[in-house]
Design a binder for this molecule. Sequence first.
Ligand code: SAH
Ligand code: SF4
Ligand code: F3S
Length: 470
Amino acid sequence: MTESITFDDARPSARVARSEVRRALVKSFGCQMNIYDSQRIADLAALEGYAEAARVEDADLVVLNTCHIRERASEKIFSELGKLRELKDERRKAGKGVTLVVAGCVAQAEGAEILRRQPAVDVVVGPQSYHRLPYLLREAQVRSGVIDTEFPAEDKFSRLPPSSREAIARRGAVAFVAVQEGCDKFCSFCVVPYTRGAEVSRPVGAIVQEIERLAAGGVREVMLIGQNVNAYHGLDGDGRPVRLSGLIRAAAAVHGIRRVRYATSHPNDMGDDLIAAHRDVEALAPYLHLPVQSGSDRVLASMNRRHTVAGYLDIVTRARAARSDIALSSDFIVGYPGESDADFRATLDLAAKVHYASSYAFKYSPRPGTPAAEMEGQVGEAVKASRLAELQALLEQQRQAFNQASIGRRFDVLFEKPGRRDGQVIGRSPYMQSVFAEGPLAVVGAMAEVEIVAAGPYSLQGRIVSPASY
Ligand code: SAH
Ligand code: SF4
Ligand code: F3S
C-alpha cells in the first residue's frame, strides 16, 4: 500500500453528506503511547465528520486500538471483537452499518490473521500507518478486509491533523505528547521492537508546536512519551541533535506548562544530563519511572537488558543525589525462562534496596516471535503466580509506606476533575498520587499547593493551602 493522504485531502466538507451525524468510538487497550494514538485517531475521525460516541451501541465507526505486550492483552481483543460482530449483525438487520477497525500493536503483529479469526473486521491498521485511516475507510466501502501494516517512510506525525481546541479542552489539563517511537533494544521477552519498529525521534520544533497548542487549550502538564523516551535525539531548527534533557527544558519553557514528565526510560540511556535536568528544571516532576525487570544479573543478561543490578543502583543513587525528593517506580517480570528461586530472591532484594513509590509486576508471558518464547527453562504457572504475589505484596507495602510518609508534606497538585462528592476536586501530586481536597470547581485545570492530611489505600486527602494558579 503506497497511497497516502494528507489531512488536507481528508477535509470532510466536500465528501461527507451530512444528512445525519455519524459517530465514532476509539477504545484504547494499551500503554500511554496507545492512548496518545487513540486520541490522534479520534482527531482523524473528527476530521472525517464523525462526532464522538459515548457508547459502542451509538457508534458507526468502532476502532479497537490494541496492545500485544502480553498474551492476555491480545486475547482480550478477540473476545471484544466477538461482541462487536453481534452488534454489527443486529445493526445490519436494521439496515445500518458499523465499520470495525483494529488498530495498534495486535494489528501490526497479526495482520491478516485478524481477518481470518474475525471476518467482521473491515480495516486492520498498524501503529505506523494509522494516519492513512481516512483513505483506508474509503477503501473499506468498496472492498472487505483492508490491511495496512506497513512502516511507511513518510513521517506519520507530520501527516496527522492537530487536535482541535474542543478536543484538547475535553481531554483536560494533562496531555501525552509522543516524542519518540519504536525501540532498538530488543529485550528478549518484548514484542515492541517488532510492533513499533525502529527508534525514531520527532524534531524539537514539531513537539514544541504541539505543546504550545496544548497549553493554549488549557493543558498544564505534559508527559513526553516514547517506548525508549530517554534515547530521544531529535533535531532542532538548525539540524543539531537535542537530547531528552534539552527537550524537557524546551517543554518547560512553553508558556502555561507547569509540569513536565517523561516515560518510559531505559537504564542505559539515563545520562548525566538527564539526571542534571532533575536538579535544575523546576517544572520537571521529581519522579522517575525506570523499569529494571529483574534483580538478578544472570536473568538481566538472558533478557538482553544490557545493564547490571549495580549499574541500575548507581543510577538510583545519582538521581537521588541530584534531587533528594525524587521517587522511583519500576516494572518487573517474574518467572522469566530460567529464573531460579535465588534469582527471584535477588529481585526482592533489589526492590527492598530501592524502595519504590509505585511499581508494576507481571508474570512472564511468552510472545510469539521473541527469543525468550523459545528458551528452555520456561517456568510453571504456579511458581509464576506465587512469585508474583510475593513481589506484589512487597511493592504494595512500599507504595503504602510512601503514601503514609506523604502525610504532613505540601505538594503542588494539578487538579484534573471534580470529585464524586459536591465541593470536592481531584488531582495528582508530583508523584502521580491521586489527591482529593475540598475546593471550588474553578480549581479544576489549575495547580494549587496542598497539605496532605491523610492517606487511604488508593488516594491521599489534602487541604488546599494556596490560591490556585493557572
Ligand atoms: N519501554 C516500554 C516498555 C513497554 S512494555 C514502554 O515505553 O512502556 C511495559 C512493561 O511490560 C515492560 O517494562 C515489562 O515489564 C512488561 N512486559 C513486556 N513484555 C512482557 C512479557 N512478554 N511478559 C511479561 N511482561 C512483559
Ligand atoms: Fe521492550 Fe526492552 Fe524496548 Fe522496553 S527497552 S520496549 S522492554 S525491547
Ligand atoms: Fe502494548 Fe504496543 Fe504499547 S504492545 S504496551 S500498545 S507499544
